[in-house]
Ligand binder design. Structure first.
Ligand code: ATP
Ligand code: MG
Length: 277
């Protein structure tokens, strides 16, 4: 049987003093080692769902809820944030919220200081994170001297250094140029492959992330409207209305829609080559 990383069960959440619930009747199960991409229009509830997984909801944001969120066996509403933080790493949508120290390096070390690690191991993890995210030559820079993309990479490095078993990323490439975005997605895939980290990633650019996803979840208006293998969701025009059709899915459709839709340019090219042979 697959080990479970996350279970969201009949979960509805309303922020304090709001009329409509931000999440309605959400059910979602994620197995250990999956990469799940979450997409949907602005305001549909993606960040609210992530906050409910890392415990910011209900521990920091007030509101009312029904149902359950269970992370790695722990029910979130009944588990301290400090306990949840040992299981789950979270990169915020806005990296400004996550960077506070005097230098990139100090920032990456900050979270580790709470883990009471031996000095050597801490040094090693900081170095690893710096090189993973191409930050070595920026190690001594102050956060206010960084570009937005560099801040985003610093925030990600700080979380990765913690070696969480579940990594939660809220639009981690929104401020990155296409090349760096591609690299960060590649890094996420490597971490998943090499360390078995479960990943939940909110990302609008489906053409960038679908290729690494085991599952694509589409939300609309507080509800999950599709939850399946990316290729299956690419064939679900109704659900894709909420996010706009990815280029690969629409090319596939334009060309007659035979077989499964490709998820990347490379896959698309190999399908065309086979057809031409
Ligand atoms: N702190 C809050 N208090 C009250 N309502 C909130 C709060 N945060 C979010 N909301 C509302 O909850 C709904 C879901 O917001 P959420 O931030 O989860 O959306 P999102 O899918 O992450 O959007 P985006 O793509 O713009 O980041 C929206 O209607 C939003 O206005
Ligand atoms: Mg959001």
């Amino acid at each position: 049987m697959l080990m479970q990383a996350l279970k969201v069960e009949d979960y509805t959440f309303s922020y304090l003093d709001t009329k409509n619930p931000a999440l309605i009747d959400v059910n979602l199960e994620i197995a250990k080692g999956e990469i799940v991409v979450l997409a949907g229009p602005s305001g549909c509830g993606k960040s609210t769902l992530l906050k409910s997984i890392v415990g910011l909801i209900p521990h920091m944001y007030s509101g009312s809820w029904s149902g359950k969120v269970i992370v790695d066996g722990a029910e979130v509403s009944k588990t301290k944030i400090s306990e949840l933080a040992k299981k789950v790493g979270f990169v915020f949508q806005n990296p400004e919220n996550q960077i506070f120290m005097f230098s990139v390096e100090r920032d990456i070390a900050f979270g580790l200081e709470n883990l009471a690690l031996p000095k050597d191991e801490m040094r090693q993890r900081v170095d690893e994170a710096l090189s993973l995210l191409n930050l070595k030559n920026l190690a001594d820079r102050a956060p206010h001297e960084l570009s937005d993309g560099q801040k985003q990479r610093t925030a990600l490095a700080g979380v990765l250094a913690m070696k969480p078993s579940i990594l939660i990323l809220d639009e981690p490439t929104s401020l990155l140029d296409p090349h760096t975005a591609h690299e960060v997605i590649g890094t996420v895939q490597k971490l998943n492959k090499n360390l078995g980290i479960t990943v939940i990633i909110v990302e609008h650019r489906l053409d960038l992330v679908s290729i690494i996803a085991s599952r694509l979840v589409i939300m609309d208006n507080g509800r999950i409207v599709a939850n399946d293998a990316p290729k299956k969701v690419y064939n679900n025009s109704e659900a894709l209305k909420a996010v706009g059709m990815p280029i690969m899915a629409s090319l596939h459709k334009e060309l007659g829609g035979i077989g499964e839709p490709p998820l990347s340019v490379d896959e698309f090219v190999s399908v065309l080559k086979i057809r031409n042979d």
